[in-house]
Every structure is written in structure tokens, then in C-alpha cells.
Design a protein around this ligand. Structure first.
Ligand code: Z5A
Length: 210
């Protein structure tokens, strides 16, 4: 059987540049000879993508319902794509994962942490990312990027105070789990941020990048 691959998640608030950086990191890893799976949450498998449409276009959902739907989609993602890919020795890069529920639903909306813990226990099969890159950016800069791109989903319409709680939530997650998480300053041009991301990956997961 192939050696287990690596599971890297990218997290952060609106417009932090996760999608942009995930693509760049995937390119670097492929050039280094790695087999890479690019995926996202909510989503990642056909069944989870159907729940993504419900989550982003439906609602409004109250916080426990949001968490249940996110973890339902995550369960499909974990069992249908992430675990099989890791077992096949691939590097899985996910644009958001369980930390997003902690930051958005718990820190942002006040969902009790104990609910997150229980849902994580029944859905994740013990899976934790090997490395979580938290792209950090002042809230107004991220929202400006998202607005410039033309986005106006229901998250982008929430008040700045909500996004500030989400940002603080991600920083608290990183502070609580410094071995798994690295905060990357995302307030720079895409090339500079990509170099920062690659440096963290090379340092934290030796052997993945030259
Ligand atoms: N959500 C939740 O509440 N709970 C959960 O458990 C999960 C998710 C998993 C998913 O929507 C929503 O679901 C999300 C949280 C919630 N809230 N929202 N919205 P999504 O996946 O569609 O949205 P997102 O994750 O926030 O993606 P985003 O807004 O597209 O941001 P991004 O991926 O971090 O950024 P990007 O697409 O790479 O870049 C955004 C724009 O900025 C784009 O025009 C880029 O060209 C530009 N950009 C990127 N990097 C730079 C730099 N370095 N400089 C200048 N401009 C840049």
C-alpha cells in the first residue's frame, strides 16, 4: 500500500486569497513530482456540492442548522474524497475545512464549541490536517477584494463586526494549535504570499517541496 499522503488546509476570511494560493501551491507541488488533489468546502464531492448549493443559496439557517449542514457536507467529503486520496499517497489541498465551522459558526455566530466537538467526533474519523495555513488579512482589505471580484453572497453582506470575530477566531485557532497551524500574512501581492506559503510548507512538512 502507498504511504499516506499529506492533508493541507487553507483557511481565512473573505477575500483572503485561499483559492488563489491553493492553485499556486498545487502547481509547485506538482512540479516537485507530487500527485495533488485540489478540493474545497463546502463541497468536494458531487453529494457535498449539492449541500454547498443549499448552504450558500438557501437559508437563512440558524447556527446549529448551519453547523449540521457543513458537517454533513464534510462527512461526504472526508469519506468520499479526502481519506481515499490520502490512502493512495496523494497530497490533498482543501480550500476550507473544519476550522471554518469553528471560526464562522462558533466565533462568528456564537455556536457553542461543545457542539463543534461532538459533530467533529462523529463525522471526521479522527482526521486532522497535517498543516493548516491561515491566510490573515485586515477585514476591510479582504472584503474590498471580494467586492472588486463582484461577489455579493450572504456572508459578504454580513457586518464588519462579524468578519472581525471570524478573523479573531482563526487567530485563536492558530494560537491554540501552533504545531498544526501557521498564520500567513496575506496582505501582499499574490507572488509574495505564494512564496510565504511555500516557505511554511517546506519548513513544516519537510520533503514535500524541494
Ligand atoms: N463557511 C462557513 O460558514 N462554515 C464552514 O464550515 C465552511 C464555510 C466550510 C464559502 O464560500 C462560505 O461558506 C464562506 C464561509 C462559509 N463565506 N463566504 N463567502 P466561498 O468558498 O465561495 O467563499 P470564500 O471561501 O470566502 O472564498 P473567496 O471569497 O473567494 O475568498 P478566497 O478564496 O480567500 O480568495 P480568492 O478567490 O483567491 O481571491 C479573492 C479575490 O481577491 C480575487 O479577485 C483574487 O484575484 C483577488 N486576490 C487574491 N489574492 C490577492 C492578493 N494577494 N492581492 C490582491 N488581490 C488578490
Amino acid at each position: 500500500m502507498a504511504a499516506r499522503g499529506a492533508f493541507i488546509t487553507l483557511e481565512g476570511g473573505e477575500g483572503a486569497g485561499k483559492t488563489t494560493q491553493l492553485r499556486r501551491l498545487a502547481e509547485r507541488l506538482r512540479k516537485a513530482g507530487r500527485e495533488v488533489v485540489e478540493t474545497r468546502e463546502p463541497g468536494g464531492t458531487p453529494s457535498a456540492e449539492r449541500l454547498r448549493a443549499v448552504l450558500l443559496e438557501g437559508g437563512p439557517w440558524e447556527p446549529v442548522t448551519q453547523a449540521l449542514l457543513h458537517f454533513a457536507a464534510r462527512r461526504e467529503h472526508v469519506t468520499g474524497l479526502i481519506l481515499p486520496s490520502l490512502a493512495a499517497g496523494r497530497v490533498v489541498l482543501s480550500d476550507r475545512f473544519a476550522d471554518s465551522t469553528l471560526a464562522y459558526q462558533c466565533h462568528g455566530l456564537g455556536l457553542p464549541r461543545a457542539v463543534w466537538d461532538r459533530l467533529a467526533e462523529v463525522t471526521l474519523e479522527g482526521l486532522r490536517p497535517d498543516l493548516t495555513l491561515i491566510l490573515d488579512l485586515p477585514v476591510e482589505r479582504g472584503l474590498a477584494r471580494a467586492a472588486a471580484r463582484g461577489g455579493n453572497n450572504r456572508y459578504e453582506r454580513l457586518p464588519e463586526a462579524f468578519h472581525a470575530r471570524v478573523r479573531a477566531g482563526f487567530r485563536a485557532i492558530a494560537a491554540a494549535e501552533p504545531r498544526r497551524c501557521a498564520v500567513v500574512d496575506a496582505d501582499a501581492d499574490p507572488e509574495t504570499v505564494a512564496a510565504r506559503v511555500a516557505a511554511v510548507v517546506a519548513e513544516r512538512l519537510p520533503g514535500l517541496l524541494p
